[in-house]
Each structure stands twice: as C-alpha cells, then as structure tokens.
Design a protein around this ligand. Structure first.
Ligand SMILES: *Cc1c(COP(=O)(O)O)cnc(C)c1O
Length: 491
C-alpha cells in the first residue's frame, strides 16, 4: 500500500507541540535579520501532530528493504548483519563527543585505538602499515594509485599504464582513469581468472601496476596471484589488490604473503559498519615496507606509552581526508575485530564461503554458473535461458522482491550475460538460504508457466516498475497521485 506524502496529511493549525510563551525580552526582528533576508510568506510546511510524523516515517521505513528486515544477497556489497553492539560502542559519549582539535593529551584513548587498528589490519592482511584516512573503497583506490604514482616518480620512472582485468570491480578502471593512468584491459581466461599469457603480452615497461580484485567479481580466488606478483616485480611494476572482498579471506590468507604491494579494505563491508545508504564508510589502505614512506599523514605514533599525531614524512602523498577519516567507522571495525578475535574472524570467512557454495550447489542445476569452480564468498549465475520466455535478469530480480528477498546484483560482472551476482554472507542461516533458493527456483518455474507474472513484478510492493531512467533524468520531487501514475510503468 502506498503511503501518502506527509503534506497530504497536513491539517491547518495542527501542531506537534507548542512552546510556552518566552519570558525573555524579544529582540526586534528588524535588528536581528536584515530586511532582504526575511521571508515574505511563511514556509510551506506540513502541519501534523507528532504521532502523524512518527507513523508516517515508521511506515515509510517499513516499505524499505534492509538487512534488519530482509535477506540482502547483493553481490559485491557484503550486506551482512552487523552486530548492534559495535554501533553502541561507537556511540559511547567518550568517543562520540570527542573533537578532532582536542589536544592529544585528552584523546589518548582514541589515538591508542587507531594505532592498534592499524596493527590489527596489518596482522590480518600481512601488510606493513595502514592509513585509516580514506572514506570509502573508491577513495582507498585513489589513495593507492597516488602512492603508486609517487613510487615511480621517486624512481624517475615514467609509467602511465594500469593493467586491469575485465573481472575487476567497476571502480578500479574509474579510479585509475581519474588518477591519470591509461587503463589497459586484461581479458580473463576461460576459467575466469587472469590469463597469464595475456598478462605477459601486455606487461610493457610503461606498466605502473596491475589492479586486481581478489577474490574477483566472479567470486573466484586468483590462484596464480604469486606468479602474477613475481611477473610484475621483475619489471618493477606494483601489484594493487582491491581488498573489498576480504570477507572471504579473514584468517585464511594474507595478501601481504601473496606479493601484494598495496591494498584497500572496505571496513563498511567486511568489518561491521551498516551501509547501503550512502555512507559514511572507510577504505583504509595498507602497504608493504617499500611503500610505507608514501602513506598519507598524519599517522599515529607511539613513543613510550604516549600516542601522538606525526605529520613528518619524507615522501608522503599528503592528506586524503580532513582530520583522520571517519573515526566512527574505525571504532566499529576495532570493536568487531576485538570481539571476534582471530578464531572468530576465520569462522566468519569460512561460513561466508560455505554459504555461497551451498547456495550455488542448490541453484546451478537450474541457473548455470558460467565460470564454475569452488567459489569464495559469492558467485554469478546467468538467467540467459529464461530469455526464451521473454524474461530478463531484471525481471527475476524484481520478482524476488515479491518473495521477500532483496535482489542480487544484476548485469554485473559484465563478462556474464544476464548475470545475477549472489552474495549470501556468513550471517544468513541455512533455512534462509533454502528459502532463497526455493524462491529463485519457483521464479524459474513461473517464467515458463506464467511469464507475464514475472515481467510485471513486483506486485506486492508500494510501487511497481519504476522508469529508472526517467526518474534520474527528470526527477520530480513533488509527488501527486497523477504524477505517480505517470512514473510507474503499467506493463
Ligand atoms: C564495493 C567495492 C568497491 C567500492 O567501494 P566503495 O566503498 O563503494 O567506494 C570497490 N571494489 C570492490 C570489489 C567492491 O566490492
């Protein structure tokens, strides 16, 4: 059922609350606000009681899909359940009311936490040191690319090519292009992994680095990563690993031991910050010893028992964020790592891998997996066969909403036709995975017996098919019932 606009609930004169008359001498408006800045008409605000406002927004929130209400198997995004404990810890007044300009003597606790988080992330990944500044995965990539550029500049080596496999996440070529590199695409081999012949043929002296998403967007571990690193290092090129998929590797494998020179982690995906609403996030960047000097400043140093900001650095690329990044996200990550411990982190990754493989096994008789191997924490099926009934990946995704599941990622990675990229995460139970598989299998049935039903989905939500292109190109934020009719497709 659609929820009307709060303006449509407005009744003239209705109020949430009224303040008692002020007993402070009022300053004349003319003295307080210059004439040209005074409204001539009162703002058009909805006039509703407090309970109307509460019910309106609560109902709107219930129309939404979220990790707290639905299984959310959105491939690449790691929409796992994040323990509420970590939010509560980040909200403790002793953290939440700190000011970044406070003298370091007053913020020793949070500096210690940041210092230790750097060490914990280094231990988990096998890297030498981290900057915690970047605010997202993509900003971590940008930071990493600036470090790569600085490294070659320092060696007086002019290199402008960035190798990126076609199975990489879309942000990788975007970040490389924004950083001024020329992107050279590497075609994946038939197994969905980096093709070593292709790599060798493109490994010219102009190559600055290879950006490798590992596990890649097909959910496959790049099992030749050590060879890849060695090939690059022979030519003094670097290996950048997009570590947003670290949820598959915790406690199992350390990129630093695979020859990775630099990587970013997505704390909001792997380490317990609720996300999907646009942030804040954190994309710390870890480097090996030879790149440590290039890390952004400031960094937290420990001298004796005291912690302090250190702005000194011979070769730093500078600062990439105001103050020290999104500290609230960093606190959540610290709390998550500390509560799970080594053993717990490893079990989280194992469960993520087992859940994905369990689901893949249930689905693959009906939905082929084009690059089929033991997957890591996610996998990609194709629904190409349903095209015979006029059904697309988008139709399947929309129909899943009727079954009470958020849809998987669609049409990505680009190397799989009519792709559904499914990441169940470690926090879903076997019962939920079974229900999800049953929903998909019954949609495959419907596609043959009642394709109209699938094409018209979703049927059970407040809005049906939206004209997404039109909604983006001609946004109309003044909702009316007529306008709604014109935006919503009736197919
Ligand atoms: C999510 C993701 C990114 C981008 O991270 P943001 O925090 O959204 O900028 C990069 N690479 C991979 C593999 C990802 O899954």
């Amino acid at each position: 059922m659609a929820e009307p606009l709060i303006f449509e609930r407005s009744v003239s004169g209705r109020r949430g609350y009224r303040l008692p008359p002020s007993d402070v001498l009022a300053m004349g408006q003319a003295e307080a606000i210059p004439d040209d800045q005074v409204r001539t008409e009162p703002p058009r605000l909805p006039e509703v009681a407090e309970i109307d406002a509460i019910r309106h927004y609560t109902r709107l929130s219930q129309l939404n899909f979220s990790v707290d209400t639905h299984c959310y198997p959105l491939g690449s995004c790691t929409m796992k359940y994040n323990p509420k404990l970590n939010d509560r810890i980040a909200a403790l007044p002793n953290f939440a009311s700190l000011h970044p300009l406070q003298p370091t003597s007053q913020v020793q606790g949070v500096l210690q936490l940041l210092y230790e988080l750097d060490q914990l992330l280094s231990a988990i990944t096998g890297m030498a040191a981290f900057t915690l500044q970047p605010a997202a995965g993509a900003q971590g990539e940008l930071t990493g690319l600036k470090i790569i550029a600085a490294y070659h500049r320092r060696k007086r080596s002019i290199r402008s090519t960035m190798l990126i496999p076609d199975s990489a996440h879309g942000t990788n070529p975007a970040s490389a292009a924004i950083s001024g590199f020329t992107v050279e695409k590497l075609r994946s081999g038939p197994d969905g992994l980096v093709d070593l012949h292709e790599l060798k043929s493109k490994l010219t002296p102009d190559v600055a680095a290879l950006m490798l998403t590992n596990p890649n967007t097909l959910g496959l571990f790049e099992r030749n990563i050590k060879t890849i690193a060695a090939l690059l290092h022979e030519r003094d090129a670097l290996l950048y690993m997009d570590g947003a998929n670290m949820n598959a590797l915790l406690g199992i494998a350390r990129p630093g031991e695979m020859g990775v020179d630099i990587l970013q982690l997505n704390l909001h995906k792997t380490f317990s910050t609720p996300h999907g609403g646009g942030g804040p996030g954190a994309g710390p960047v870890g480097v090996g010893k030879k790149l440590e000097a290039f890390l952004p400043v400031p960094r937290v140093r420990k001298t004796g028992k005291r912690f302090a900001w250190d702005e000194r650095s011979r070769a730093t690329i500078g600062r990439v964020h105001g103050f020290y990044g999104n500290v609230g996200v960093l606190i959540r990550a610290y709390a998550y790592i500390r509560t799970l411990g080594c053993e717990g982190l490893m079990r989280a990754s194992e469960a993520a891998i087992i859940n994905a493989n369990y689901l893949k096994a249930k689905l693959e008789p009906t939905f082929p997996v084009p690059f089929n191997d033991h997957c890591m924490h996610e996998f990609v099926v194709t629904v190409k066969a349903l095209k015979a009934h006029g059904i697309t990946a988008m139709d399947v995704a929309k129909r899943l909403l009727d079954y009470g599941f958020y849809a998987p990622t669609v049409y990505f990675p680009l190397i799989v036709d009519e792709a559904l990229m499914i990441e169940p995460t470690e926090t879903e139970s076997q019962e939920t995975l079974d229900r999800f598989a049953e929903a998909l299998l019954s949609i495959a049935q419907e596609a043959t017996t009642n394709p109209e039903l699938v094409r018209g989905a979703p049927h059970r939500l407040a809005v049906h098919r939206l004209d997404e292109v039109r909604a983006a190109r001609e946004p109309n934020l003044r909702w009316t019932p007529e306008h709604r009719q014109s935006v919503v497709h009736s197919r």
